[in-house]
Design a protein around this ligand. Structure first.
Ligand SMILES: Nc1ncnc2c1ncn2[C@@H]1O[C@H](COP(=O)(O)OP(=O)(O)OP(=O)(O)O)[C@@H](O)[C@H]1O
Length: 262
């Protein structure tokens, strides 16, 4: 199958924050990502959609350094990042939130976020410890700002284990924001949420997108059509189409391969 693209939905001359060239990942004889060449525009929301097994998660794992590509290249603001360790990518502003409980259940929401804000600076020498101690107020203030951003100020002193499912997911987003990303990959941010939690999370995602580039894997087509600036449709490891929500909605190949089968 040849890849084909709809017209570029983004500003033509905008520098992409992330780009891939002929990106391929094989697992034995299976090609999970197959020659993907893609541009992710800065300051936009890009959603990656596609049927089960289309290669979305593998693409995320390549972006974040969990997997090394079998072939091809990935560039972050023009610099090659394929093969770089995940923590190097976090330092360069690329973070990912997972659908897992990625926090300390016995600590409060504030303590969890505060630890995350301190993490990049944590060292093991006594003088590191003293420096951190001095910086505790700064870290607490920064945690408070993040908690406000993820709508959790009112439960800042609750232990994470006491938070509702939706609040825990927001806490995870807050922990990711503590790394001060400019590119944030979110894996199904509303998965398993009630309609009310979903509404709140969509609002939060849109707020975050006001100053951070987002790439989402999302299965809920209403959300995808509602919040995305660009949609990338994957099928069998390849990019089937890329375009604005309207372009994707009206793309016959997409309807055949994906939307029509819903
Ligand atoms: N670590 C792995 N080892 C072997 N095969 C894998 C591995 N990870 C993914 N695959 C295979 O690669 C293909 C793409 O999987 P991937 O999880 O990327 O798809 P996806 O689009 O995220 O699917 P879903 O929507 O179901 O999560 C699938 O056939 C999957 O079984």
């Amino acid at each position: 199958m040849t890849q084909s693209y709809t017209t570029d939905p983004t500003d033509g001359d905008a520098e992409p924050i992330l780009s891939t060239d002929d990106l391929t990942k094989k697992f034995g004889t299976l090609t999970a990502v197959d020659g993907v060449s893609l541009e992710i525009p800065a300051d936009r929301i890009t959603s990656i959609i596609g049927p089960n097994g289309a290669g979305k998660t593998t693409l995320f794992n390549l972006f974040t350094g969990k997997y090394e590509p079998t072939e091809g290249r990935i560039a972050l603001r023009g610099d090659r990042i394929d093969g770089k360790e995940p923590h190097h990518l976090v330092e360069r502003g690329l973070v990912r939130s997972f659908q897992i409980n990625n926090f300390f259940a016995d600590l409060t929401a504030r303590e969890n976020v505060r630890l995350a804000t301190q993490a990049p600076y944590t060292g093991f020498r006594p003088r590191d410890f003293l420096a951190h101690h001095r910086d505790l107020d700064v870290a607490t203030e920064s945690a408070n700002r993040i908690l406000e951003r993820v709508h959790l100020s009112n439960v800042a002193d609750e232990t994470a284990s006491n938070l509702s499912y939706g609040q825990r997911r927001h806490l995870e987003i807050g922990i990711s924001l503590a790394a001060d990303p400019d590119l944030f990959l979110m894996d199904e941010p509303t998965a398993g949420m009630s309609p009310e939690e979903t509404r709140e999370t969509v609002e939060l995602v849109e707020e975050i997108a006001s100053d951070i580039t987002l790439i989402l894997i999302e299965h809920d087509m209403h959300i995808v059509m509602d919040i995305s600036d660009q949609i990338v449709v994957m099928n069998e490891g390849m990019v089937l189409a890329r375009g604005t929500p309207d372009q994707i909605r009206n793309d016959e190949r997409v309807q055949r391969a994906y939307l029509g089968s819903e």
